[in-house]
Design a protein around this ligand. Structure first.
Ligand SMILES: Cc1cc2nc3c(=O)[nH]c(=O)nc-3n(C[C@H](O)[C@H](O)[C@H](O)COP(=O)(O)OP(=O)(O)OC[C@H]3O[C@@H](n4cnc5c(N)ncnc54)[C@H](O)[C@@H]3O)c2cc1C
Length: 435
């Protein structure tokens, strides 16, 4: 394929990457936005509502996903990986591999007939395995782009989808496409990974079905939830006594993450308030080390949670045991009150998992050193000067790429990265590519 020219390459189309791409595009810069998943939006698309305002998450992110997909200055590549980035005369040359969807997205009408015909069911990533999806699937209702994708690893080649598709969009002969792009600057917006709760062995995540992580709980309380009501996974019963273990995998040297994940206190309180809306009689207990409610309106949100009846227990959860009826007993060290080891019963336990670095992208840089900090996040060159400058000239960072952040801070930083990227392009190379 011929080489393509853009002003900037934005890697990652979560809320930060989308914001940075839109800001640059609005300034007249040509942007290539690359997302490794089949759809854009990142973690925000999975959320129900956002703290502290309880605004609908997809109402906010929906305007961004739609702007990105229609913007005349943004070329969007989904289901694509940046394979190699090297220095070039104009700045950087990147090699991007676009994976085959085995569906012609320009023909797919997202009618869902292929999904209905497919006999294979595997866990659905969007709902964190709480329900299934087919081997050929449209990732979720508000997906952008809204096109089916065939997961060949789970396909049994029964050809039912091909026979059923009214648009003739199924194409088993698709192969990966290689794009070579020349850009003047790069913005890394690769976000974060969730702490894998299985690593806290005593909490029995993955073993006891009523121990879920906080992203699964986001899905359970969301209007687009996997079940018809707020119910627990083991038996579909409405939970009446829910426990939250804050700092699961954060501020914990035993799992290699000494840092605070910044959003866990707030999102746990948010979920507690949302659950109370659906299950007014439910008791909710948050086991915490310290409550960190540092942002605008956060302290008020914390007080509101207390006033609503959420119970806050300062204590460290040591282990969890399951009863015959799949209810759970939590053993914890009381670090306030009378002290010592205590136990409490719950019928659902939510692990408020921490945010971890997702920085494999640095391996794609060939001969360019993009440094990581001691925990593995992209290192900021000089915190005092700017939070979006990396150690490499012309490479900027936004959102959770450099550390855990909430959505407003991720968006704010994306704006800063776009401005500094624009200034860099203009200073080093002259004006944006002629329109
Ligand atoms: C359970 C939970 C609840 C939360 N609730 C709230 C809330 O109520 N309010 C709030 O303000 N914040 C909340 N947050 C935090 C919020 O999710 C983050 O602030 C936000 O998602 C950060 O956006 P981002 O774009 O930086 O990262 P992400 O959302 O992680 O997006 C990164 C994107 O980059 C893509 N990507 C990664 N690597 C590559 C690569 N190599 N190539 C191409 N693409 C790549 C990913 O697929 C993804 O689409 C919550 C977090 C959790 C875990």
């Amino acid at each position: 394929m011929p080489e393509e020219e853009y002003d900037a390459l934005v890697i990652g189309a979560g809320v930060a990457g989308m914001e940075a791409a839109i800001d640059l595009g609005d300034m007249g810069f040509k942007v290539m936005l690359v997302e490794k998943e089949p759809t854009i939006g990142g973690k925000m698309l999975l959320l129900s509502k956002v703290f502290p305002t309880l605004d609908c998450a997809s109402c906010i992110s929906g305007t961004k996903t739609s702007t990105v997909s229609h913007h005349q200055n943004i070329r969007l590549l989904t289901y694509s990986n940046v394979d190699e980035i090297e220095k070039s005369k104009s700045g950087f040359r990147a090699r991007i591999i676009e994976k085959p969807r085995y569906v012609d997205a320009s023909l797919c009408t997202s009618c869902g007939d292929c999904e209905d015909a497919c006999p294979i069911i595997v866990p659905n990533e969007f709902d964190f395995g709480l329900r299934g999806r087919k081997a050929i699937y449209i990732p979720f209702d508000t997906a952008v782009p809204k096109s089916a994708v065939l997961d060949l690893d789970n396909c049994i080649y029964c050809m039912q989808c091909e026979r059923t598709c009214p648009a003739d969009a199924i194409d088993f002969l698709q192969v990966p496409k290689v794009h070579t792009v020349n850009v003047k600057a790069i913005i890394l917006a690769v976000g974060f990974k969730l702490f894998q709760a299985e690593k806290k062995k005593d909490y029995r995540y993955g073993e006891y079905r009523n121990v879920v992580n906080s992203m699964q709980m986001e899905r359970i309380v969301s209007p687009t939830r996997p079940y018809n009501a707020v119910v627990r996974p083991s038996d579909g019963k409405e939970p009446q006594n829910i426990g939250y273990v804050l700092c699961t995998g954060s501020r914990d040297k035993t799992v290699g993450n000494p840092r605070c994940s910044q959003v866990c206190c707030m999102y746990s309180m948010k979920q507690a308030q949302l659950i109370m809306g659906s299950l007014p009689a439910a008791d909710i207990t948050l086991y915490y080390m310290d409550i960190r409610a540092y942002g605008k309106g956060f302290e008020e949100f914390y007080r509101q949670s207390r006033d609503m009846g959420v119970k806050f227990v300062r204590g460290k959860v040591a282990k969890v045991e399951q009863k015959v009826n799949t209810d759970l007993t939590v053993y914890y060290e009381d670090t306030e009150g009378s002290g010592g080891m205590k136990k409490a019963d719950h019928d659902l336990l939510v692990l408020s998992v921490g945010l971890l670095p997702n920085t494999d992208i640095v391996k794609a840089f060939n001969g360019i050193k993009v440094e990581l900090d001691e925990v593995g996040w992209i290192k900021v060159r000089d915190e005092g000067k700017s939070s979006v400058l990396t150690s490499a000239d012309g490479v900027f960072a936004a959102g959770c790429t450099t550390g855990p952040k909430d959505i407003p801070d991720s968006v704010l930083e994306a704006g800063a990265a776009a401005s500094q990227c624009a200034a860099y392009i203009i200073k080093k190379m002259g004006s944006p590519i002629e329109q």
